[in-house]
Design a protein around this ligand. Sequence first.
Ligand SMILES: [Zn+2]
Length: 333
Amino acid sequence: MEEKIKKILQKALAGLEAATTENINELQSKFLGRRSELNEILKSLGKLSLEEKKKVGAQANKTRQEIEKAFESKRQQLQPKVNDLKIDFTAPGKYFAVGHLHPVTQVMTEILEVFKSMGYEIADGPEVEDDWHNFEALNLPPEHPARDMQDTFYLTDGNVLRTHTSPVQIRYTEKHKPPIKIVSPGRCYRNENEDASHSWSFHQIEGLVIDKNITFADLKGTLEVLAKALLGPETRTRFRPSFFPYTEPSAELDASCPHCKGAGCRSCGYSGWLELLGSGMVHPEVLKNMKIDPDKYTGFAFGLGPERVAAIKHEIPDVRYFWHPDVKFLEQF
Ligand SMILES: [Zn+2]
């Protein structure tokens, strides 16, 4: 028995000599596990005489401890040393591009900041709208020819993907009474083919102000502040008469071209002016639909496209660049 235990120790130490991190666990269970030779001996001690039991038991236990110790020190040896890892701690780190906001998001944020500084509240609404909020309440009854201006995505349940963010104005006035001063940013959808200046999905920021004695002069002053904030303090503005069913009178706002300062360049088609947004005084019918008395209150509304503003600011000739992700394009902003 003594010889057998000695041999176990020798075998274990010899085996451990060549151990690697891959097989050390296997070896440990072979020499120390429940089914190891050594364990079998310890289990069979009961069959021995008292004297033998003491002797063999002591030897076997001592051997077990020795093997355990040997495994412990081998494990330590196998631990990778810092110096062995061949890491140069002084080498410069790897660069990870963290990205930034999309140029359209940047412009939206910029526009909203301008209105927040003028005390506007930001209002939100659903992208799936019903006919009343998207059309009818905004003075676009079912037979109104202006509905042809907006090729609409109709859903099977009769709802639509909102064609503008104006329905947010209707929803807001259902819960709030004048004075009202909101901007509603968001995504809109129109069933249009993509080209350099159109997309089936785009953003809008609409504004609505309703109070007593609101005049066209208030609209003009507000939009002048916006144009100067977006395109520079030297920006000039001009109104052109226009038509929208929900405003009367309606006007489009042009801003002097920020690139040529109005002298004429390729960006502005050599006119010196750029079309910036649509606006007007809220139509009395729309006020009635908002349950606001048009004899007591007046208001103005405007809507602009962040894609268009971003295109003007960065001289991007084609809005499709904004919608088809190309890191090489986007990382310039
Ligand atoms: Zn120009």
